[in-house]
Design a protein around this ligand. Structure first.
Ligand code: MEV
Length: 412
């Protein structure tokens, strides 16, 4: 582990203090934790693994991933290694525009058009009012950009929903957007004669999409037959929500791990991803895979990614700060580009394993250590018990207990 930290330190130019934060297993100070949430009684540490081999937009990136599941970091690193041969991942984030929703009820159906026109006419004034709440954001080039007026059918009747579009720059954006929506509510009520109920960000951040793509040469995958099998595996996710849920879960293994390592809100990212996967009316895959004219495998991913590099835990959590430095991203968009690429890599790794030998062998080998620990092994016995189970192709707790007893008996 020391060697790994040293390599990361050199690569990312970490200070001694930052390297110490990364390698410590208690890096969140008690008073910081106590200010983060309420009724703090402890802390839930997760391991951070460094995914290697990633080239994203021509840049070498080391990716810190916070996750409890074995084999995710290895799979991402492996997928990135193969992708290096064709130049790695190409990714592009749209400008960081978040949507805030202002729900207006009590507008008569026949008056809807007239009220919508009145809001439209007051747009300039409303945007100026929204921007008055956040001179700092405006000062760095962000701020409220536009209003969209929607008529939404609900089980409780038709409602007017005004979308406030805000460029949140390098923040996740919830605070800025929610503040602006709350500030606009009285003016919207005055203009429409309706009553405003909700004033809140939408996690379906369709104006803040990120796309990543990759190509794998057929020779690197073991031939065109493997390409065909991977595409067939993808097709099931494209056509069947039961498979799409698992397929997307695998993508989120990678995405969430980076989102968490950087102190971002992974519930927001999850909500946005799954809502986006259902936007066509049926839940489907977040990625696409196809065979190109040369018989190679190509894939892409598109999803909304509301992540920031300023504000919230990204700045207050010392480990998140170090992880952001390791990633070397200068903007929230660049962070989103890395995260989307990791999601695509993770999906490729899962599909490749599933379409060929299945995932259990690799997965269980990595899981064997956990099973050994659960059976009571500690110290060097963990590796020994795990290795024996792998050799005997029986990675189970009862087997681990038996091997452990045997080893302990021998040692006596
Ligand atoms: C396991 O955490 C994720 C996979 O199930 C994803 C997939 O099936 O594509 C392996």
């Amino acid at each position: 582990m020391e060697e790994r930290v040293e390599k990361v330190r050199e690569f990312a130019g970490l200070t001694d203090e930052e390297a110490a934060i990364l390698s410590s297993f208690s890096s969140l100070p008690m008073d910081t934790a106590d200010r983060m949430i309420e009724n703090v009684a402890g802390c839930m540490p997760l391991p951070i693994g460094i995914a290697v081999n990633f080239i994203i937009n021509g840049r070498d990136v080391l990716v810190p991933m916070a996750i409890e599941e074995p084999s995710v970091v290895a799979a991402a690193s492996n997928a990135a290694k193969l992708a290096r041969r064709t130049g790695g991942f190409v990714a592009k984030a749209e400008p960081p525009i978040m949507i805030g929703q202002i729900q207006v009820i009590g507008i008569k159906e026949e008056e809807f058009g007239e009220k919508a026109a009145a809001v439209e006419a007051a747009k300039k004034e409303l945007l100026a009012e929204a921007n008055a709440c956040d001179p700092v954001l405006v000062g760095i080039g962000g701020g409220a950009r536009d209003l969209e007026i929607r008529e939404v059918r609900t089980p409780g009747g038709r409602m007017m929903v005004i979308h406030l579009l805000v460029d949140v720059r390098d923040a996740m954006g919830a605070n800025a957007v929610n503040t602006m929506c709350e500030r606009l509510a009285p003016k919207i009520e005055a203009i429409t004669g309706g009553r405003v109920v909700l004033r809140i960000i939408s996690n379906l951040a369709t104006k803040r999409l990120v796309t990543a793509s990759v190509r794998y040469a057929k020779e690197d995958l073991g031939g065109e037959e493997v390409v065909d099998r991977i595409v067939a595996a993808y097709m099931l996710a494209a056509g069947d929500p039961y498979r799409a849920a698992t397929h997307n879960k695998g993508i989120m293994n990678g995405i969430d791990a980076v989102v968490i390592a950087t102190g971002n809100d992974w519930r927001a990212v999850e909500a946005g991803a799954h809502a986006y996967a259902s936007l066509g009316g049926r839940y489907t895959s977040l990625t696409r895979w196809w065979k190109n004219d040369d018989g190679d495998l190509e894939g892409s991913i598109q999803l909304p990614l509301a992540v920031g590099i300023v504000g919230g835990a990204t700045k207050t959590h010392p480990v998140a700060r170090v992880c952001l430095k390791i990633l070397g991203v200068k903007t929230a968009g660049e962070l989103a580009e890395v995260i989307a690429s990791v999601g695509l890599a993770q999906n490729f790794a899962a599909l490749r394993a599933l379409a060929t030998e299945g995932i259990q062998r690799g997965h269980m080998e990595l899981h064997a250590r956990n099973v050994a620990i659960a059976a009571g092994a500690s110290g060097e016995l963990v590796e020994k018990v795990a290795a024996r189970m792998v050799k005997e192709r029986a990675i189970r707790i009862d087997v681990a207990k038996k091997i452990l007893e045997e080893m302990k008996r021998h040692a006596e």
